[in-house]
Design a protein around this ligand. Structure first.
Ligand code: PMP
Length: 401
């Protein structure tokens, strides 16, 4: 029956983890996967999460099914976190929202909803490059995927003119995917002034903004600052779609906690939209998992845990920022490595697009046991006080050839 099924290619990022695991060298470093590591290179369970789990154990909750759209308190608090307590659609009960299987599930529900109900276009524009899973997610949702210029290889920064031109030339009504903060894979975000200009173009061309917010708090250390783009667009009167993930900012990766929302005109419209979100979710997975949503909700709803969580988000963000500074200093001051490295410090969030070419990345894996994606992206969180010097030295050697 399956003789004609061709073998598919391995996932490029998970393949790196395999190669890393097989490597027996003690100096090996995995900079492929986008998961936070502490200063000892270990996965990190947040204290706020541990405390929330203690509350949940003590509460002796049952394990009944959640409703189709998930834990209502969780989605209410997730919306407040993203849109802000002052948000107009939030306070007018005009945000349609459903819990989702983390950010990926949110994007998939959003893609399916837009493919089915968005009346103006079936085309979604993604930044080039974007997170590798965006294209298959939106194709599988039934949308046509196109790209808008985002990254300038020459400056290792934002191609803002290219971005503006491509959005201006997009067909009226097209959907545009925007990384709310900490763009993956480039680590390059628009400034607040640039966001304001993007908002104007989106308005003028009647594009539909779909925000992917997988890293709220991870970029700057402040969940409020990282929500700037989302909140600015809403304030400017845009209706938006939003995907939220709690994988990174709460370290709840495998618990799969997220939310998908749409701002609507009023409570009546919200109810209609939400009824259609249910119709999309029900045949896909019926209802979402319970435990992670309870953890996130406990943190979001208990002031002392919320405060502790905010502190931990800041600690994670600051550790990454300090690694950026150390790496920059080591390459430029200690090794005088050929090339320009300022972008390592100016880039934002979990990743840095180093500008290293595929041949350098290959040499780093083969000669130095350092693993990363062939586009030169490194997860800054994989670096720490014990391995950063070895990494800088290895990059220097790879660049010199
Ligand atoms: N969007 C972006 C830009 C991401 O980087 C990721 C995680 N790598 C996600 C969405 C989704 O992740 P998750 O499904 O684990 O929340």
């Amino acid at each position: 029956t399956w003789s004609a099924v061709p073998a598919g290619p391995p996932d490029p990022i998970l393949g790196i983890t395999e190669a890393f695991k097989a490597d027996k060298d003690a100096r090996k470093i995995n900079l492929g996967v986008g998961a936070y590591r502490d200063e000892n290179g270990k996965p990190y369970v947040l204290n706020a999460v541990k405390k929330a789990e203690e509350f949940l154990t003590a509460a002796k909750n049952d394990k009944e099914y959640l409703p189709i759209t998930g834990l209502a308190d969780f989605t209410k608090n997730a919306a407040k976190l993203a849109y802000g307590a002052e948000s107009k659609p939030l306070n007018e009960n005009a945000i349609a929202i459903t819990q989702s299987i983390s950010g990926t599930g949110a994007l998939r529900i959003g893609g399916a909803f837009l493919a089915r109900h968005y009346p103006h276009s079936k085309i979604i524009y993604l930044p080039v490059p974007s997170w590798g899973n965006h294209t298959p997610i939106f194709k599988d949702s039934g949308l046509e995927v196109r790209g808008y210029r985002y990254f300038d290889k020459k400056t290792v920064g934002l191609d803002f003119n290219g971005l503006k031109e491509d959005l201006q030339n997009a067909p009226e009504g097209a959907i545009v995917l925007l990384h709310a903060c900490a763009h993956n894979p480039t680590g390059v975000d628009p400034t607040q002034a640039q966001w304001a200009q993007i908002s104007d173009i989106v308005k003028e061309k009647k594009l539909f903004p779909f925000f992917d917010m997988a890293y709220q708090g991870f970029a700057s250390g402040s969940t409020t600052r990282d929500a700037f783009a989302v909140r600015h667009f809403v304030q400017e009167g845009h209706q938006i779609a939003l995907s939220q993930s709690f994988a990174k900012n709460m370290g709840l990766y495998g618990e799969r906690v997220g939310a998908f929302s749409l701002t609507t005109t009023n409570a009546e419209e919200k109810a209609r939209v939400e009824s259609q979100l249910k119709i999309i979710v029900r045949p896909m997975y019926s209802n979402p998992p319970l435990h992670g949503a309870r953890i996130a909700n406990t943190i979001l709803s208990r002031p002392e845990l919320y405060q502790e969580w905010e502190g931990e988000v800041l600690t994670m963000a600051e550790r990454i920022i300090s690694m950026r500074e150390k790496l920059y200093d080591s390459l430029t001051k200690e090794h005088s490595t050929p090339g320009e490295w300022g972008h390592i410090k100016s880039q934002i969030g979990m990743f840095s697009f180093t500008g290293l070419k595929a041949e350098h990345c290959k040499a780093l894996a083969e000669k130095a046991h350092v693993y990363m994606t062939m586009d030169g992206r490194i997860s800054m969180a994989g670096l720490n006080g014990n391995n950063i010097e070895y990494f800088a030295q290895s990059v220097d050697a790879a660049v010199r050839g």
